[in-house]
Ligand binder design. Structure first.
Ligand SMILES: [Cu+2]
Length: 110
């Protein structure tokens, strides 16, 4: 005789809810625009391992330069992008070397 199957129905696992940020061109990446001499959005708060992609939307050349020199975009012309993956938690400020009043912050949480 085969074993009697359990009479209770198996419990259905709750649906998996994807905790994804707003869609970007690349899954898991955060987009920051450089527009009107500001970084937008700013600051950005991300998890360790997240890639930030900056895109220059100005006709003026800008840079994305970490104040601790951990990343450096070089000169970004209109439409140019720069990406950096943050692998350490902390607060990282960056500037545009052409316009040092432009300051951005990336907060990286563990
Ligand atoms: Cu600039």
């Amino acid at each position: 005789m085969p074993t009697t199957p359990p009479t209770t129905a198996p419990t259905l696992a709750p649906p998996i809810v994807a905790l994804t940020p707003a869609p970007t061109a690349e899954s898991g990446a955060i987009a920051v625009d450089i527009i009107g001499f500001v970084y937008e959005p700013n600051p950005v708060v991300i998890r360790v391992g997240t890639t930030v992609i900056w895109t220059n939307r100005d006709t003026t050349v800008h840079t994305v330069t970490a104040e601790d020199a951990s990343f450096e975009s070089g000169l970004l012309t209109l439409g140019a992008t720069f990406r950096f993956t943050f692998t350490q938690p902390g607060e990282f400020s960056y500037i545009c070397t052409r316009h040092p009043a432009m300051v951005g912050i990336v907060q990286v949480t563990p």
